[in-house]
Write a protein that binds this ligand. Structure first.
Ligand code: KIV
Ligand code: ZN
Length: 531
């Protein structure tokens, strides 16, 4: 049996579903290019029917990134057709369709009588819908994946029937998601092993696993799935995703690589690109990686205690089971500065995994020069946050900070004045607050007449030293939706104002997208009434 494990990356689909992690189309494209450098086998680029922005991102990635591109679709004709329309320019593409299969999901999501009156009737309807969706997808491509959503809590006998039907209709990959992260590794492994025995046509498809991390078991469950016959893993960079996230790509890949003495399974991942990819995803999504995170956390290769340091000096293997270099963490630091030219900057950015056109380089170089004026030494970390900064890519921007003045002292009330530019207007206001950042946020809210709930505020120093840049991540919430913004500056108050405005920009993009969708829905219903 083949021991190679296919890596299906879903950072741009399930990963982007993480609260507040929305990415614009340019960021998605950049990440997709980097996933190609990492050598993933399949990139799930989005859920095309869900919004015009998702459709557009999948289409752009399909046209520009040469690897297998997948698009998600519910088991409905309209979804499958939208997936095909967005993927059709890709050299190789996969339609990924799914249905809910657990009783909890079937009764909760398919309660309407048109799906059947009893549970057993509804179960039959789901099998038919799954079969039809796969068969329809098959009319567009030979590469069709079917997922049984909430398979982790699905009755094994019924799951066997659904999977058998999907393969009969032409599915070439069958995915077994533990959607709610409920299973134990032994239980999940046994499920895969039983399916291998019970599904009559299983030799015609590859078994895939897709595990969520609600109990912190996503990676363990994925590995157990592989040991029991799965040959595709679905995972995300940094483990980002719905709720507690998805199985982390870097952890599964490195577990297989480091323990090749124990298991014979391997992936084709270029592990030296793991660190670059992780940094890019973190800076674009604004989701900070915890310092003690396996493989890519800041402390993953740090040795603090004297005994450990002594051991490391004598023999690195005493406390390191893999080298930092094997995942792309470089020991030697390359420093750029005021005298580095455009060419030097461009080639360093390329090494960090970014692709920039000559036009983009002008904007980036201007920004780099501003930074090099404030900071004598510009490190990789500075470049990464600079590339993740909203002002490098102004295409989606609504509000831009034009002016900020803050007055504060130990015995005075902090006061901030802001001037904000949009395409049509200039807004200016002043406000006081509990501190300088609070005053600044109050002034922004007063100027724009918006008052969302501030969900979280984080500030960190990007590198060390007095001139280090501060990175601020702000998450706001409105009507059950979160929006994240990131700002960087050598001044943390300015970084805070920029981060807040960027979160408000994300909110504007969402509002615009929603109104376009509503307009489209109205037009479609008008058209159907006219017909
Ligand atoms: O978690 C899940 O079940 C999913 C499916 C759509 C594959 O993300
Ligand atoms: Zn999922």
């Amino acid at each position: 049996m083949n021991n190679r494990v296919i890596v299906f990356d879903t950072t741009l689909r399930d990963g982007e579903q993480a609260p507040g992690a929305s990415l614009n189309v340019f960021e998605k494209l950049e990440i997709a290019r980097q996933l190609k450098n990492l050598n993933v086998d399949v990139i799930e680029a989005g859920f095309p029917v869900s919004s015009p922005a998702q459709f557009e991102a999948v289409k752009r990635i399909s046209g520009e990134v040469d690897t297998v591109i997948a698009g998600l679709a519910r088991a409905k004709e309209v979804d499958v057709k939208a997936a095909y329309d967005s993927l059709r320019e890709a050299k190789h593409f996969r339609i990924h369709t799914f249905s809910s299969t657990s009783d909890i999901h079937i009764l909760g999501k398919f309660g309407d009588d048109r799906y059947g009156k009893s549970l057993s009737e509804k179960r039959k309807t789901i099998i038919k819908m799954s079969y039809d969706a796969v068969a329809y997808a098959k009319t567009f491509t030979t590469d069709v994946e079917f997922s049984a959503e909430d398979a982790g809590r699905t009755d094994l006998g019924y799951l066997t029937e659904v999977i058998e039907a999907a393969i009969e209709a032409g599915a070439t990959t069958v995915n077994i998601p533990d959607t709610t992260g409920y299973n134990f590794p032994s239980e999940f492994g046994a499920k895969i092993s039983e399916l291998k025995k019970k599904v009559k046509n299983i030799d015609k498809a590859i078994i895939s696993v897709h595990c969520h991390d609600d109990l912190g078991l996503a990676v363990a469950n994925s590995l157990s799935g592989i040991e029991n016959g799965a040959r595709q893993i679905e995972c995300t960079i940094n483990g980002i995703g719905e709720r507690a996230g998805n199985a982390s790509l870097e952890e599964i890949v490195m577990a297989l690589k480091v323990r090749k003495d124990l298991v014979k399974y391997y992936t084709n991942i270029n592990t030296e690109e793991i660190y670059n990819t992780s940094k890019m995803v973190s800076s674009f999504t604004g989701m900070i990686v915890q310092p003690n995170k396996a493989i890519i956390g800041e402390n993953a290769f740090a040795h603090e205690s004297g005994i450990h340091q002594d051991g490391m000096l004598k023999d690195r293997q005493t406390y390191e089971i893999m080298t930092p270099e094997s995942v792309g963490v470089k020991k030697t630091k390359i420093v750029l500065g005021r005298h580095s030219g455009r060419h030097g900057l461009k080639s360093r950015l390329l090494e960090l995994g970014y692709t920039i056109s000559e036009n983009e380089l002008n904007l980036v170089y201007e920004k780099f020069n501003d930074l090099a004026d404030k900071k004598k030494e510009v490190f990789d970390e500075d470049l990464r946050v600079m590339m993740g900064d909203e002002s490098v890519d102004k295409k989606d921007e609504y509000f831009e900070l034009d002016y900020l003045h803050v007055n504060m002292g130990t015995n005075s009330i902090p006061t901030a004045t802001v001037r904000i530019k949009s395409k049509e207007n200039i807004f200016q206001e002043s406000a006081t607050g509990d501190g300088a950042v609070d005053a600044c946020f109050n002034a922004i809210e007063r100027a724009l007449e918006i008052k969302p709930q501030l969900e979280s505020y984080n500030v960190r120093s990007v590198t060390s030293g007095r001139q280090a840049m501060g990175e601020v991540i702000v998450r706001i919430r409105e009507n059950e939706r979160s929006f994240t913004g990131r700002g960087i500056s050598t001044d943390v108050i300015e970084a805070s104002a920029k981060a807040y405005l960027q979160a408000l920009n994300q909110r504007q993009i969402f509002i615009k997208m929603k109104s376009e969708e509503e307009l489209l829905n109205h037009t479609l219903s008008d058209l159907s009434q006219a017909v």
